[in-house]
Design a protein around this ligand. Structure first.
Ligand SMILES: Nc1ncnc2c1ncn2[C@@H]1O[C@H](COP(=O)(O)OP(=O)(O)OP(=O)(O)O)[C@@H](O)[C@H]1O
Length: 463
């Protein structure tokens, strides 16, 4: 009836044009193109195949009813793989696509039992140009993220101008770190923003890197904080020993050989290399410095070399990198290092506060707030600030008595009170000496001098 009606109403030319349009529109919508991604391209393994496999396995476990499971030797993670001829759907940018896993027997005479594996991607023709490239890039990025999460992290250290690596297994996390929960939250927020900030850094034309300066007395958790950062972000750590670097160019070379998504650490920057003194020495003896340069002897790291390392053009090779400097004496650092924009966040690692103590009690003794008892809680709260003890010192007391919780708390209270009284008596001077690990005799000297200046000056091991 419709056909008869259309034939009588529409002229044949218009009918033909409409028919052609409809056929094209429907054809475009319902016709597909197929892309085959094989596990090898003849000789080499195909990175894209591995990436697709990892990417699909990240959500296949929840959306497929039949999967092959595998686990690599010594690994703790299980990989889900689509079985032969099984399909899985995905949506990217609002476009639906379908993946199929195909396993066939190899035709090769040399290895007749080998299998040829491939994924077939099905996309509607009209969507192909719009999403294909960006979808495959997205899969590669995702697969890299998954790989990083699955694999163990590495700790690099510089030696003879290159990097040596060992597996990084430090168990410190933000949960185990004793510090005020609010400050901890701020730092975690900052790290999270950094990690997800690719678009922000691109939009603002800034290099995708961030600098943290951790400072405070020894034993307040600066190294533990770095480990917690690495575990939180899933980044590798490059622990740069400045005393083993002989020139700015070596420093640059080392930087070029670090990977993205890593934390580059310079610990105890105030005493590992005496940059400001070097600079002064150079200024004081310009002829000697000029002589050195003339003879090609540029065997020094300068402050500007270090700043270039963190700040300059070279710091941008690679991306998503975090620089962490630690110092026990922020007042000894050159102001150029502290200027805003250089170290984005200055984090003071303080003596143990009451909220931090509660974290230690929970971690070491499994004590919750209510287990402590009102009297003990208020005594601890009252003495902890005056005692000025580091989390490292407090951990020692708790570890020693961890089998007897009541004893642990009472001994801690005793130590805290003794420390508080002593601090009040000596005005904190001896306390500083002791925390810096100085011998009894030396402590007396410092207490008399009232100064610790020169403690590193005659130390040959320092630069
Ligand atoms: N804030 C903290 N939270 C939990 N544990 C801590 C903390 N601070 C110190 N500790 C404990 O003390 C030990 C030593 O701490 P850490 O090496 O992190 O201190 P640091 O500030 O880096 O010291 P240094 O300046 O001497 O290198 C750690 O292994 C950890 O057990």
């Amino acid at each position: 009836f419709c056909q008869t009606l259309l034939q009588s109403v529409l002229p044949p030319e218009l009918r033909f044009a409409c028919f052609r349009f409809l056929k094209h529109a429907l054809g475009c919508y319902y016709s597909y193109c197929y892309f085959e991604i094989t596990d090898t391209d003849g000789l080499n393994t195909n990175e894209l195949y591995d990436a697709v496999q990892l990417y699909l396995s990240s959500f296949a476990s929840t959306s497929c009813s039949r999967l092959s499971l595998s686990r690599v030797c010594n690994s703790s993670s299980t990989t889900f793989v689509l079985s032969n001829n099984d399909c899985i759907a995905d949506v990217f940018g609002g476009v639906s696509v379908q993946w199929k896993h195909v396993v066939t027997q190899s035709q090769s005479q040399a290895s007749p039992r080998a299998e040829k594996r491939s994924f077939t991607l099905r996309i509607r023709k009209c969507d192909r140009d719009r999403i294909l490239d960006s979808y495959l890039d997205y899969i590669m990025d995702k697969a890299n993220d998954i790989r990083r999460e699955n694999r163990e992290r590495l700790l690099y250290t510089n030696s003879h101008g290159g990097w040596r690596k060992v597996p990084f297994k430090h168990p410190s996390t933000f949960d185990t770190l004793a510090m005020d929960p609010e400050r901890k939250r701020d730092i975690m927020e900052d790290l999270r923003d950094f990690m997800a900030g690719k678009a922000f850094y691109q939009r603002t034309g800034r290099a995708w890197k961030r600098g943290y300066l951790l400072y405070g007395p020894p034993g307040t958790g600066k190294s533990s904080m770095i480990a917690a950062m690495a575990n939180f972000l899933g980044y590798d750590i490059y622990d740069l020993e400045l005393t083993k670097v002989h020139s700015n160019s070596e420093l640059r070379e080392l930087l070029m050989n670090t990977s993205s998504k890593s934390i580059i650490v310079i610990e105890d920057i105030d005493c590992s290399v005496n940059l400001s003194k070097r600079l002064k020495a150079e200024q004081a003896t310009p002829r000697r410095a000029a002589h050195g340069r003339k003879h090609g002897n540029n065997n020094t790291i300068t402050l500007s070399g270090l700043l270039n390392f963190t700040d300059g053009l070279w710091s941008c090779c690679g991306s998503e990198r975090i620089f962490v400097f630690t110092s026990n004496h922020i007042e000894k650092l050159d102001p150029a290092l502290l200027r805003s924009g250089r170290m984005d966040m200055h984090i003071y690692m303080s003596y143990c506060s009451y909220p931090a103590l509660k974290i230690l009690l929970k971690n070491y003794l499994e004590y919750e707030d209510k287990d402590l008892g009102e009297a003990a809680a208020s005594s601890l709260q009252e003495t902890i600030e005056r005692a000025k003890m580091t989390p490292a010192d407090i951990s020692e007391v708790l570890i020693k008595n961890r089998r007897n919780k009541e004893k642990a708390v009472s001994e801690l209270l005793m130590v805290l009170k003794a420390r508080a009284e002593r601090n009040e008596k000596y005005g904190g001077m001896r306390e500083d000496c002791e925390l810096n690990g100085v011998e009894e005799e030396e402590q007396e000297k410092w207490a008399l001098d009232g100064s610790e200046e020169g403690s590193h000056d005659d130390d040959d091991s320092c630069y």
